[in-house]
Design a protein. Structure first.
Length: 215
């Protein structure tokens, strides 16, 4: 317990940092993932090509490499002075958006084609059909895989600690530098991540239960 009690402010900051970067990057991933999924099923060829390229590039690029590009290339060329927290959130959010996109696209494909045809027959545009008819029906199918994706995102946030972002894995490095035994430090770090991942699992479980009741 001493390693936690003696360094509780640093642990608290690391835990809050992990929760913060998880929340921000999750929002980025969800918004971009749904948007890119719409591109991938769009009747407009350039949008489909862009969506396919986005998913192919990000899913096949190591996350560490995306962090390196985000921290050492983006500030030099596009946005100088951007905070490490925002850079880490963008790298993690963009990477995860490719997985969210594929989960959403799979959910869209489970909706019977007749639903979209019926919407078009009454004059709905593609975006209206997707937003009003298709996505609400696909939500039930998408929720379980999204839960796993966002839990993986939480664990991937540990990479941000190597890039000056305050989070739990960064706290582990700090404690190691101070000479604490590595085993108790890792136990507290693991418990911190478990709290976050269990909270995400519980949230998606409640959403899934609510959707089951509405079915």
């Amino acid at each position: 317990m001493n390693v936690l009690l003696d360094n509780f402010p640093e642990f608290r900051d690391g835990f809050i940092g992990t929760v913060s970067i998880t929340a921000v990057s999750s929002v980025i991933a969800l918004v971009l993932g749904v948007l890119i999924a719409g591109f991938r099923v769009s009747p407009v060829p350039p949008l489909r090509i862009f969506g396919t390229a986005w998913v192919t590039l990000l899913r096949n690029t190591p996350l560490t490499l995306l962090f390196l590009v985000s921290f050492f290339v983006v500030p030099e060329i596009f946005f100088p002075g951007m905070s490490p927290f925002l850079l880490g959130s963008l790298a993690l959010g963009f990477y995860t958006s490719s997985f969210v996109c594929e989960a959403v696209r799979s959910g869209i494909n489970t909706v019977p084609l007749g639903q979209a045809e019926a919407a078009r027959s009454i004059g709905m545009t593609f975006s209206q059909t997707l937003r009003i008819v298709v996505l609400p029906q696909a939500t039930r199918t998408v929720i379980p895989p999204l839960s796993s994706i966002f839990i993986a995102l939480t664990k991937n946030s540990a990479i941000a600690g190597a890039f000056s972002v305050t989070e739990l894995f960064g706290w582990q490095k700090l404690m190691s530098d101070r000479g604490y035994a590595i085993t108790p430090v890792f136990i507290w770090v693991a418990l911190g991540y478990l709290v976050v991942t269990f909270a995400i699992s519980g949230l998606f479980w409640m959403v899934e239960r609510r959707m089951e009741v509405a079915r």
